[in-house]
Structure formats: structure tokens, C-alpha cells
Write a protein that binds this ligand. Structure first.
Ligand code: AKG
Length: 316
């Protein structure tokens, strides 16, 4: 897949996984070129020396334990794919929501990685915006379900029944955000169709089984611990989870204040607006506190502007 390392840009499907190896003196622009071309890019852990994996894993384990035992109500529950999720973990969970919630005892640890200076340099380049445009959005965690579970093929913000014209209309608009997976353990759960973020679905894709195991050109995004995959959330993708394999992958997004109502729904349907006003930054480093509070204010403004946003696919 798109891995920023040595040699030149290419997609290598021979391994059945990570493809494009890109070089450039400017890793930010290189990442952007890969994201635009393939719809995703994988950045090596070495680009993010300030991510403290052991500390993040400890925090992630505590949060997951609380979520599985019913002590943390913000969860993604089986068998539901899209929000809203019930708060009852008895069918098992596949995600822990709202890592930055002020009542999470580990929210400062997660905030350090979410507001990380180096990460935000990539975010700004990938969105094409300045620091003052950044909007706080979501920070969740995707975890191993207790039984086999898969997500259907989807684009995050284009319904399956969209016509090719509707798909293209949406895909041609800027996304005004960046979305990423930061793997705390090796992770091969995300499957994408490279390049599908720029085109309507083919007849095959449109008529395929929602859980089609062999979509033409599909690629498993294989992440090693510490790697970060940025991806266009409207790339055709799905998740396929192995209950035997530990998964704790931080799943974040940050937006731009230029985004409109579609982005507001994608973010606010997760319920972040209900608590973000309580967020205080007293215990943050002063620089991070300044950045975080400005990003938070813009999320609150987005909530006020957009009102009741509804859900992408409430019953699925
Ligand atoms: O598990 C993953 O990495 C993919 C999750 C996903 O597709 C989603 O949340 O819409």
C-alpha cells in the first residue's frame, strides 16, 4: 500500500497488501500525492517519534476493559455497523468511542497523540488548510470483537443506493477533513479498493454481495504497530475482524472549518457534541491547550450551525 519509505511511487500488489513506496524530500507532499492517487497512505512509525506506544497501549487496555465490562457507555456494539450504537456490551463490542471524553481517566494520554504536532502537520497538508482552520472531530478506538465480525463494503458518507451521478457529485467535492488509523498492535482489518475514492462503483461493485470476500483489486491495509494509515473515508472499504488477534487501533479524524453540513453529520452523529463543551485543557501543556481549545471551539460552532444532523444509516 502506500508506504512512505524509499524508492519511487508504485503500487505493489504482489504481497497482497501494502503498496505504494514513495520517496520525496517533503514527506508531507509525498503523503498527499499517495492519498490523492490511491485513496490511502501508510506512514511509518519512525515519522512519529513522540507517540509513546507502551503508554498508549496501557491506556487503550484500560479503556477497552472498561468498555467490555459495561463501565464505559460509549461503545460500538455487534452487530451494528453505523451509529447510533446501544450502550449494552452483552453482544460484544468492536469499538470504544470518545477517548477524549473528560471522564475517561486516560483522556490526556490520548489527547497527546491526537493533538500531536507532527501528526497535525500531516493533517494540515492532507486537508490543505492552516492551523487556524483545524476543527476537533473524533477520536475512537477499534478493537478485537469477541466473535467473528465484518463490516459491509461502504463509503462512509455515500449511501449504497446512490446513483453513479450522485456518487461522482460527492466524490468530486473536497473532504475537508483527514481520517486515520494508528495501530497500537499489528493490524490487518481494513480492506480497501485503491483508487475507488475517485470514481463511481463499477457494475461488479454495485451488484456485489455486501460482504464480498474478493472484490476486484481489493487490498488489505497491513499496519505494523505504530504505523499510521490516512485514508479517504469515501474510498470503497470494509472491515474484517479476527477475534483471536489483539486489535487496538486509534481511529481519528480532524476537520477544517470550511466543511459544510455533510461533514457535520458524519462527525456529530457520533454524539461528540454532547460532551465536548465540558472539555477543559487545564492539565495540557500550554501550547497544546491553546491549539486544542481553538479546535474544540470550532467543533462547538459547527454543532450550533448545523443543528440536528441525523444519522448516515441509523438502523444498520
Ligand atoms: O475497522 C476499520 O479499520 C474500518 C472501520 C470502518 O470502516 C468504519 O468505521 O466505517
Amino acid at each position: 500500500m502506500a508506504t512512505i519509505t524509499e524508492s519511487k511511487t508504485q503500487i505493489d500488489r504482489s504481497s497482497g497488501s501494502n503498496l505504494s513506496h514513495v520517496t520525496s524530500d517533503d514527506p508531507y507532499q509525498t503523503a498527499l500525492a499517495s492519498l490523492e492517487r490511491d485513496g490511502f497512505v501508510v506512514l511509518p512509525a519512525s515519522l512519529f517519534p513522540s507517540f509513546d506506544l507502551p503508554t498508549l497501549r496501557e491506556a487503550a487496555s484500560r479503556s477497552t476493559k472498561a468498555a467490555r465490562s459495561g463501565q464505559w457507555p460509549y461503545i460500538r456494539t455487534l452487530p451494528k455497523q453505523f451509529p447510533p450504537w446501544p450502550q449494552d456490551p452483552s453482544n460484544g463490542i468492536w469499538g470504544v468511542q470518545h477517548l477524549l471524553h473528560p471522564s475517561n481517566p486516560d483522556h490526556l494520554t490520548f489527547a497527546k497523540s491526537y493533538f500531536d504536532t507532527e501528526l497535525l502537520k500531516y493533517v494540515k497538508t492532507l486537508i490543505g488548510c492552516e492551523e487556524e482552520d483545524l476543527v476537533m472531530e473524533l477520536y475512537n478506538m477499534l478493537v478485537r470483537p469477541d466473535k467473528k465480525f465484518e463490516l459491509r463494503w461502504h463509503r462512509d458518507d455515500i449511501p449504497a443506493d446512490a446513483t453513479p451521478e450522485q456518487e461522482m457529485e460527492r466524490l468530486q467535492k473536497p473532504g475537508y477533513h483527514a481520517q486515520w488509523n494508528l495501530a497500537l498492535f499489528d493490524d490487518a482489518s481494513l480492506i480497501v479498493v485503491p483508487g475507488s475514492h475517485k470514481r463511481a462503483r463499477t457494475e461488479f461493485e454495485r451488484n456485489a454481495d455486501p460482504y464480498e470476500q474478493n472484490m476486484p483489486e481489493q487490498l488489505v491495509v497491513k499496519l505494523k504497530a505504530g504505523e499510521v494509515a490516512f485514508y479517504n473515508n469515501n474510498i470503497l472499504h470494509r472491515g474484517a475482524y479476527d477475534p483471536e488477534k489483539e486489535r487496538m487501533t486509534l481511529h481519528g479524524s480532524i476537520g477544517s472549518s470550511k466543511a459544510g453540513g455533510e461533514r457535520a453529520r458524519n462527525v456529530l452523529q457520533h454524539g461528540v457534541g454532547e460532551w465536548v463543551g465540558q472539555y477543559d485543557f487545564d492539565d495540557f501543556d500550554p501550547d497544546v491547550a491553546k491549539r486544542a481549545s481553538s479546535m474544540r471551539e470550532k467543533l462547538i460552532e459547527m454543532g450550533k450551525r448545523s443543528g440536528d444532523v441525523g444519522y448516515y444509516s441509523k438502523d444498520e
